[in-house]
Ligand binder design. Structure first.
Ligand SMILES: Nc1nc2c(ncn2[C@@H]2O[C@H](COP(=O)(O)OP(=O)(O)OP(=O)(O)O)[C@@H](O)[C@H]2O)c(=O)[nH]1
Ligand SMILES: *[C@@H]1O[C@H](CO)[C@@H](O)[C@H](O)[C@H]1NC(C)=O
Ligand SMILES: *[C@@H]1O[C@H](CO)[C@@H](O)[C@H](O)[C@H]1NC(C)=O
Ligand SMILES: *[C@@H]1O[C@H](CO)[C@@H](O)[C@H](O)[C@H]1NC(C)=O
Length: 402
């Protein structure tokens, strides 16, 4: 893999090592996208220090929110959702199955389970540190008769680990660099509970490079574009949202994107309403807000992305003109819940005006997509307020660093 950025071939050639990772099972698709950014940053730091590290993409599956019945949603490669060539222009990545092939079998040399410190912050003082420690939680891995460790490896049941340790870690992703260089010298290392590590530099240049490289798979973008053209009278040429297939050349000026003649709405429900959160609106109040925004911005169409199920009927009754992306059973089989969610995000990202749900990572990822497309921040960083919420703080504008 010579010729990758940050990897000058040394006299004896670089060593090829593999970094794998996984995230706490309950975390959703959009938080996982955020963890990818942290780990990509770690791999870049490792490569700057000489060794030829490759990031192995953790297959998608078994996500709590992917509830479509009769769909087998495990072992899904990243290529179904993202453009691999785009990811690779940022940091070397391979799919898990490629790793198995290159590595000569489904073996991971070392699993490192990341955890916090059992004692918490000592003296209430926060400092960056990492130490080998006894495992705090009950191990999710069990030893088999041959002495290998078995566990959840993204649904690849034949995968085994040769060794497992727990590390208490507190700090940014790059605190793992010395550990992965000096303490652990095996070829393939998997960091489990990788969300334990923090961003090296949230919303900095490196963050945005990785975020910009996470281009949705082309077939999903095309379906979204066809839907926009057919139901929302929205085309890139008319809306000033022309996309460059090469993200490294995509640098739209803030405010240059006009967007399609519709209001984009992300209305997160399910667990957001079960907890009776005060920052989430009732359906009635949400529809009232939608109507007032349509009037204010002179938009006749509204596109709604939502995870609501029973409530959808009520929503349709209150807002009969709303447009949703509703795939047929056959399309759903092909796209899966993850693909449908991406198409919803893509359509919201192209609306003239967008309003999302308070602290939903699904909405946050739409903000970023709109930032990349060059929308004016006023049209993006908006959220619904709870019916009785006193101070309804609006989302933060994160500017791209190119
Ligand atoms: N198709 C579709 N799916 C949605 C929508 N909102 C939420 N979902 C689904 O619900 C999941 C939960 O949202 P995520 O943002 O990914 O999960 P999370 O990281 O727990 O984030 P939060 O939204 O902050 O809970 C998504 O991954 C989707 O599977 C939506 O508007 N459309
Ligand atoms: C790594 O090795 C150094 C030097 O031997 C040691 O001091 C340190 O505790 C080790 N760190 C971890 C996380 O194992
Ligand atoms: C397992 O990994 C730990 C930490 O890297 C190491 O100290 C130990 O020797 C390894 N055990 C085996 C059997 O390789
Ligand atoms: C679609 O948009 C164009 C301008 O971009 C406009 O001229 C046309 O009337 C619109 N068509 C419909 C059906 O709204």
């Amino acid at each position: 893999r010579q010729g990758w950025p940050g990897c000058p071939p040394g006299p004896s050639g670089p060593v090829e090592r593999y970094l794998l990772y996984d995230v706490n099972p309950p975390e959703g698709f959009n938080l996982r996208r955020d963890v990818y950014i942290r780990i990509a940053s770690l791999v870049k730091s490792l490569r700057k220090n000489g060794d030829d590290w490759v990031l192995v993409l953790p297959p998608w599956g078994r996500l709590y929110h992917w509830q479509s019945p009769d769909l087998h949603q495990v072992r899904i490669p990243w290529g179904e959702f993202f453009s691999l060539t785009s990811l690779q222009a940022n940091v070397p990545v391979i799919e898990y199955e490629e790793f198995i092939a290159e590595n000569g079998g489904p073996f991971i040399d070392q699993v490192v389970v990341l955890q916090n410190y059992a004692e918490g912050w000592t003296d209430g003082k926060w400092e960056e540190k990492v130490d080998e420690r006894p495992c705090i939680e009950k191990s999710m891995y069990t030893k088999d008769k041959q002495g290998y460790y078995r566990g959840w490896f993204w649904g690849f049941e034949e995968t085994r680990a040769r060794n497992i340790t727990c590390l208490s870690a507190q700090g940014h992703a790059s605190i793992m660099v010395p550990v992965l260089q000096k303490n652990i010298t095996v070829t393939s290392v998997m960091l489990d509970r990788a969300e334990t590590l923090l961003h090296d530099h949230y919303a900095g240049k490196d963050y945005w490079n990785t975020r910009r490289s996470m281009v949705f798979a082309k077939h999903l973008r095309l379906i979204g574009d066809e839907f926009r053209a057919k139901y929302l009278n929205s085309t890139d040429d008319g809306d000033n949202t022309v996309y460059n297939e090469d993200w490294t050349r995509m640098k739209a000026k803030l405010g240059s994107a006009k967007g399609g003649p519709y209001l984009g709405v992300h209305l997160r429900r399910k667990d957001f309403i079960w907890g009776h959160r005060e920052d989430v609106p009732s359906l009635k109040a949400a529809v009232k807000k939608i109507r007032s925004l349509m009037k204010k911005h002179k938009l006749d169409n509204v596109f709604v992305a939502t995870d609501a199920d029973e409530e959808v009927k009520e929503l349709k009754r209150l807002l009969p003109e709303m447009v949703r992306f509703e795939p047929s059973t056959e399309d759903l089989e092909l796209l899966k819940d993850g693909g449908v969610a991406i198409i919803d995000q893509w359509i919201c990202a192209h609306a003239r005006f967008f309003i999302g749900t308070s602290v939903s990572t699904f909405s946050f990822r739409i903000h970023e997509e709109r930032e990349i497309l060059g929308f004016h921040p006023k049209t993006t960083y908006n959220r619904f307020c709870g019916d009785t919420e006193k101070e309804c703080e609006q989302p933060t504008h994160w500017k791209i660093v190119y």
